[in-house]
Design a protein. Structure first.
Length: 294
């Protein structure tokens, strides 16, 4: 049953988790000794029942959410598929998502890999096919919430602030952050959100997805397939990402920094209720360097 009243505690980054980063010694531009924290990176091989699907490089937190979300966002699992369990073996670095029955994707991938040695084209084609006839809910979104969420995310303790070299994605409802995931790949962070939503029965119609990464075609497709009507980023757009957003009616907002943002799709959802004179300039101390050059 879907959760309609958000009373759950939000999931936030844990920069103190010793598994996710480590200190490395080096020198600075003056030749002086320097210690910095660097993000850990480890493989996770994802299986759908007995079929090996992919090995993703990840920071290693929330492997169950990542595995399930990846399969959902790639169109390999449908909402109607019954998940019977998700097994994670930390030593083998393997996550297995189990369903009540064999899926058609398993059979398709096995045949494609056996005949051509590659199933990537098939997977992307299935993702695009999932957009056919897709209709996103026309939930209004107030621009005042953008600035509030941006401030909250910029001031939330995170691995990015400790190590850099990482992307963050937050699922939001109104002015509330429900889940904030980070990873070395922006797509991994989105997949973790998708897996968490599915396992907890979180509805998508009134949600906003906020990401620090570029608004590429794959980011737009994944957000749309999740049923989330609004996607916001600190970074910029790709032309194909904009084209797909307009095709499905996704509200697509990029270059969200300080007082400024640009909306290139789905403007009909925006309620311009923010007095920009009341929005403070962005503090350079919390500004994400990756957003300076798209």
């Amino acid at each position: 049953m879907a959760i309609t009243n958000m009373t759950i505690d939000p999931i936030l980054p844990d920069p103190e988790d010793p598994r996710l980063s480590r200190v490395v010694e080096g020198v600075d531009e003056n030749g002086q000794g320097k210690s910095i924290s660097v993000i850990e990176e480890r493989p996770l091989t994802i299986y759908l029942n007995s079929q090996e699907i992919v090995t993703a490089m990840t920071i290693g937190d929330h492997p169950e959410y990542l595995a399930l979300g990846f399969l959902l966002n790639q169109g390999m699992l449908k909402e109607s598929d019954q998940i019977t369990g998700i097994d994670f073996d930390e030593e083998l670095e393997v996550a297995v998502v189990r369903t009540a029955g064999i899926t058609d994707v398993e059979d398709k991938l096995e045949k494609k890999t056996r005949t051509s040695g590659c199933a990537v084209g098939t997977v992307f084609g299935d993702m695009m096919a999932g957009l056919e006839g897709l209709s996103l809910p026309d939930t209004p979104v107030h621009t005042s919430t953008f600035y509030d969420l941006s401030y909250q995310i910029n001031h939330t303790p995170s691995l990015y602030m400790e190590t850099g070299a990482i992307h963050g994605t937050a699922l939001c409802q109104g002015r509330q952050i429900l889940a904030y995931m980070e990873d070395v790949g922006r797509h991994n962070a989105v997949d973790k959100i998708a897996g968490w939503m599915h396992l907890n029965g979180i509805p998508a119609a009134d949600k906003v997805l906020y990401t620090t990464g570029r608004l590429t075609s794959e980011m737009v497709i994944k957000t749309s397939l999740m049923g989330i009507p609004t996607l916001i980023s600190r970074s910029g757009f790709t032309a194909w990402g904009v084209d797909i957003a307009r095709q499905v009616g996704l509200t697509l907002i990029g270059r969200m920094r300080g007082k400024k943002f640009t909306c290139l799709s789905g403007q009909h959802r925006l309620v311009f209720d923010q007095d920009l004179s009341q929005v403070p300039d962005e503090d350079k101390k919390v500004r994400r360097k990756g957003a300076e050059h798209d």
